[in-house]
Design a binder for this molecule. Sequence first.
Ligand code: SF4
Ligand code: SF4
Length: 249
Amino acid sequence: MNVQIEIGTHCNFKCFYCAGRDMPQHYMSMASFEAILDRLPPGRHRISLQGEGEPTTHPHFWTMVTLLRVRGTIPYTITNGSVIDPQRAAREFPKIGVSLDTIDPLEAVRIGRYKLEQVMSTIQALVAAYGDPGRVIVHTVDYGQEMAPLAAWLADQGITKHYPQPLQSKDDYAYRYPGQALVHSGECLYRCRYVESPLMLYYDIQGVEMPCCYIKDGAKFESTDHIRRSLGAGRIPHCCSGCRELYTD
Ligand code: SF4
Ligand code: SF4
């Protein structure tokens, strides 16, 4: 099972699309983290430390990673690459994700992604430390920026796992970019693969278990069963409003 745990909402970047910038700023305690691990169903899980904050800024980040390894899970994280030690990361993670939206320094600052030079050298250092660019995965939010220079730079590094994803159309995020064209159209089918056959377990900063990582206003979330029942009755629950999963396009 793919599991994600949001261990913090603090970040040293200010990406314009990041819901975490408006969320209460916390770090998850070790006790809460261990309680989540204790609650997991049996199985060899791939556990990603990620959410609406930069995981590597957590003061106990490496302790958490060690704990994941000790418990026999496969650790993963998506980092903004600004503070992580590449050599240590290559020793501790079988694969690692780095977020990078542009290689244009001015554009990076404009969208709130600072330290671009540092991030790019971290990616190069990760490739060198792993000795295998296939173990470095780059995640990009596609907000309409020019993608070709980024793709060309990644190809130069030998990185083939590049996953652009469109701006999230959910209400939880979309209020941050009014007027932006969003991929969210077609007919609402009132169906969601995340609740029909569980694809992941997501634990938010409060330790609340959710069926996906897209619900940012925990106050609107009742339960996975509630989502299932609402969709079955042809209603979109508040916590899912605007989610592209529900639409044909
Ligand atoms: S780097 Fe990630 S957590 Fe930080 S502001 Fe950007 S999207 Fe949010
Ligand atoms: S927010 Fe989207 S992905 Fe998550 S349960 Fe609701 S419809 Fe599914």
